[in-house]
Design a protein around this ligand. Structure first.
Ligand SMILES: NC(=O)c1ccc[n+]([C@@H]2O[C@H](COP(=O)([O-])OP(=O)(O)OC[C@H]3O[C@@H](n4cnc5c(N)ncnc54)[C@H](OP(=O)(O)O)[C@@H]3O)[C@@H](O)[C@H]2O)c1
Length: 262
């Protein structure tokens, strides 16, 4: 059993085939929640589903879908209601925005970044909302510190994240009226496949070892270490729990001190 008790509740975690989303799904399952997992990689989802089932003793619903596509959100909610009969927690986590030199990024790259992380989250929220209202549920959006600190190699991810924070605040206000608690989490530099690929690319570009690239990257970001997906998962579980009933409309940085501004 985890630190909170979500028995009898059900949770959707988007982008739960790996990385931060997988860790959140496993942590919520450890706390007794029944899960719905989503992603495009059926094999990876099957692996996380087995872990989730081991933790909670209940088989998760698994929806293999591309959240950039219109009907996917409703499919995820339908599958959740069919499997678990209710929806108490939605964690919008799926996201993948292209980094790089602004002058090399195309309209397609920008549209793609918004299509998944912004429009996907908006559609999931719309589809889940009536059920969250019914359960007096919780919504947590996983965003990113790029929402606060722009960077020249993150001209898609930064604006997408800022838009999602704005949306979170707006929907949190509606949540006051409808009885749904809404918050956002801003992870910093968290060790996942995405971060490993970034460190590898730096090592290759600079002709240095992976360890050296990791050190340089930590130094550049002004942090002592990278974070883990489990650390994000613990914060999300707290935000969904009754320990956090007065946390509403907040954006919480969990970044090891990377965000230096106010
Ligand atoms: N890692 C970090 O340092 C960091 C920092 C700040 C914010 N974040 C945010 O945290 C979230 C998770 O990041 P992560 O590092 O865990 O990423 P990740 O390891 O790349 O995982 C991304 C997840 O999103 C899913 N996904 C990607 N494209 C999708 C699509 N078109 N439709 C449905 N699902 C899709 C992936 O599943 P499939 O591949 O199976 O589709 C995967 O489960 C993202 O929103 C990211 O922006 C991460």
């Amino acid at each position: 059993m985890g630190q909170h008790d979500f028995s009898g509740q059900s949770a959707v975690v988007t982008g739960s085939s790996r990385g931060i989303g997988a860790a959140i799904a496993v942590e919520l399952a450890r706390c007794g929640a029944r899960l719905t997992l989503t992603g495009r990689d059926a094999e990876a989802l099957a692996g996380i589903a087995a872990e989730v089932e081991k933790e909670s003793g209940s088989r998760p619903a698994v929806v293999v879908c591309d959240l950039r596509e219109g009907p996917a959100a409703a499919q995820v909610v339908d599958a959740t209601l069919k499997a678990h009969g209710r929806l108490d927690m939605l964690v919008n986590n799926a996201g993948a925005t292209k980094r790089g030199d602004f002058l090399t990024l195309t309209d397609e790259d920008f549209n793609d970044g918004f299509a998944l992380k912004f429009h996907g989250a908006v559609r999931m929220t719309r589809a889940a909302w009536p059920h969250l209202v019914k359960s007096k549920g919780k919504l947590v959006n996983i965003v990113g510190i790029g929402s606060l600190t722009p960077a020249m190699d993150f001209t898609i991810g930064g604006p997408v994240n800022s838009a999602l924070i704005n949306f979170t605040k707006a929907i949190a206000d509606r949540g006051l009226k409808d009885g749904v608690r809404v918050n956002a989490v801003n992870p910093g530099h968290i060790v996942t496949d995405r971060l490993r690929r970034r460190v590898e690319a730096l090592a290759k570009a600079e002709g240095i070892s992976y360890a050296e690239a990791e050190d340089r990257s930590r130094h550049e970001h002004g942090i002592l270490r990278f974070g883990s997906s489990e650390e994000i998962a613990h914060l999300v579980a707290f935000l969904c729990s009754d320990r956090a009933t007065y946390v509403h409309g907040s954006t919480i940085e969990i970044d090891g001190g990377a965000t230096k501004g106010l």
